[in-house]
Ligand binder design. Structure first.
Ligand code: FE2
Length: 270
């Protein structure tokens, strides 16, 4: 692996590494996700995951998913069969599923975390993102540190395209350089519910968004304070992706973060 361009990352808040994940690993994650979906019985209640409608946030199914493998539906999905109706699987695939564990803890990812300055990297959260044909919803502009907060902020996303992602099927969008701004909001526990607290009302800077088009196997490193989003998938093509979020174990992890794992200690790459 060549050394990542840390200068570009510090300038932009993201770094696109083409061809990082071998095709065999992309195949393995997609095949395993399909198996998990086939074995999933949604029962009568389809738990919708939408970043706009926080009705789900009261749902323990979501609140306890940090230490589990759980399935979340698209808000628009009504008639679709389950494999075409899911928004994502989360949030501890990397610890509870052997295929996701192996791919997530491969030495090249450990080296990448080291190159980005992690001293005690911890694999905090994993998500298999479907962005389904036609109904895959947009994800609004946000900073990942809103959801996964440490003091100081250390959360970093490793986002891998498992299908070619472009502007027609809802690739990542980012505001280059805007990771140097403040954290705007926190999504946190307050008793047994979730609330979004505004910390700073500074608007997103008026820089032109860039589309991070990514061929299959491309890994995008996302700074935890970088504003990013993705458009709806209006195409007939799937846009599967795998997102892994790391924090540094040296930082303080607040007890009011939504993601708590009382029964499943966080692990690094070992
Ligand atoms: Fe994000």
């Amino acid at each position: 692996m060549s050394e990542p361009d840390l200068g570009a990352y510090e300038r932009d808040g993201f770094l696109v590494l083409e061809g990082f994940l071998p095709p065999a690993d992309c195949d393995a994650l997609q095949a395993r996700a399909a198996e998990l979906v086939a074995a999933f019985d949604p029962g009568p209640a389809r738990t919708v995951f939408s970043t706009r409608d926080q009705g789900h946030a009261r749902d323990r199914y979501f609140q306890e998913s940090g230490g589990a493998v759980r399935f979340f539906f698209e808000g628009q999905a009504t008639d679709q069969p389950v494999p075409l109706a899911l928004n994502k699987i989360g949030h501890a695939l990397h610890d509870l599923d052997p295929v996701f564990d192996r791919v997530s803890r491969q030495p090249r990812l450990a080296s990448l975390a080291h190159a980005f300055g992690f001293v005690r990297p911890l694999l905090l959260q994993s998500m298999y993102l479907f962005k389904q044909p036609r109904i895959g919803a947009e994800v609004d502009w946000h900073q990942d540190a809103t959801y996964l907060h440490t003091r100081p902020s250390t959360v970093t996303g490793f986002w891998v395209a498992l299908d070619d992602a472009d502007q027609d099927n809802g690739c990542l969008m980012a505001l280059p350089g805007a990771h140097r701004g403040p954290l705007r909001q926190r999504f946190q526990r307050e008793g047994d519910r979730m609330v979004t607290q505004t910390l700073d009302t500074t608007p997103w800077p008026s820089v032109a968004p860039v589309a991070l088009e990514a061929r299959r196997g491309t890994l995008v490193v996302l700074h935890g304070l970088l504003p990013h989003a993705s458009a709806p998938n209006h195409s007939s093509r799937a846009r599967h992706a795998y997102a892994l979020h790391l924090i540094d174990g040296q930082a303080d992890y607040p007890a009011d973060n939504w993601l708590q794992r009382p029964d499943l200690p966080l692990r690094g790459f070992a």
